[in-house]
Design a protein. Structure first.
Length: 152
């Protein structure tokens, strides 16, 4: 009569358990050897240097290529603006203006772009189809016209 299936699976489980235990012991010994090798490294072997391109290297940089940086030259935060852009006076035509609500749009002559205009930015009352001069400022929802005046 043959052996039962149950005893076969028990033997297989025992073989797998022994195999796993043996592999675990081998990994433990491998880690121990690696740790010993790392312990033999000197401090100088563990140092890394940054070259002029920002890459990590194991060789120290050449002292003749050293660049002196003054502490006051380092800018923390947003660097200050060098100069403000010059406001250009633009020409256009009033495309739409609602006197009740106090706003409208000017069609820029050069770029054919519609630019928002508020009545508070107008030096004199304007209406549709008037030719005007204006400057562009940055508004909360895009470019807005400022210093709007009629062209005679």
């Amino acid at each position: 009569m043959g052996r039962s299936q149950e005893s076969y699976s028990k033997r297989e489980k025992e073989k797998k358990r022994i195999k796993r235990k043996k592999e675990k012991q081998e990994r433990r010994e491998q880690r121990k050897l690696e740790k010993e090798e790392r312990g033999k490294k000197t401090f100088q072997d563990m140092l890394s240097y940054v070259d002029s391109d920002g890459n990590l290297t194991s060789t120290p940089p050449d002292p003749t290529e050293k660049v002196e940086i003054k502490a006051e030259d380092i800018v923390l935060g947003v660097p200050p603006k060098e100069h403000e852009p010059v406001q250009i006076i633009r020409y256009g035509r009033v495309k739409y203006f609602d006197h009740d609500k106090g706003y409208g749009f000017i069609l820029d002559r050069d770029s054919q772009e519609s630019i928002f205009v508020h009545a508070s930015q107008c030096s004199s009352p304007i209406s549709e189809s008037d030719k005007v001069t204006f400057k562009i400022e940055k508004g909360p929802k895009g470019p807005t016209a400022a210093e709007v005046s009629l062209v005679e």
